[in-house]
Design a protein. Sequence first.
Length: 220
Amino acid sequence: MVYRLAEYRWPVRVSTVGYRNHQYRVVRPARVPGFAGLYEGRLGAQLCLDKQTATMFAMAWGLAGRSPHSIVYLPLRAATTPGCGWGRPLDLALLHHRLALPPSRWKQVRARLDRGAVHTVTLPAGAWPKRPVADHQRSWYREFRDDLRWEVAADTLILTGSREAFELQADDVRGLAEECPAHRARTPDTHCCAEIVVGRTRHHPDRRYPFAELHAGYCR
């Protein structure tokens, strides 16, 4: 297992889906992970990971921020492991806001996926930058517009944002793949997670509406 993400070669399948005069490029893992679980909760979602799925999730996160023309799709329901979470099982889709994909359209796009062409994704270390504290503090100002937006549609948690929005939390996602395996090898019972804040929904544009959270953590 490679723990330095900049050295990792992620095998994927890439499909181009035509729908309503639009072309959507969908990138998904070449192989469905053997262990995973994403569950809808009252105030967000819980993502259960192991070493392999933590690397897949981190690669998907880095790609989504740097590929404004791709939908990065993780079909996690197919890999859901009984007993590792509670709530409705979900898939995950990460996409740049420049795509302007209405969540209601995702079901039709997904239904048109073919087997896709096999590719390998590699990303530079800069795909998961470590941002200074001041950058994170900016997100609390009213004029800040780089929140990650979330919707649940067609049994899928859809996270949409700018490159800035993905990069603000990318270092925590990177730590899941590069640091958590070593922590758990030393202390198997340690809790290793990333708490990813997602902002306003399309239906609740007011800043007073509570932010939700994607809690991504090791379950084995």
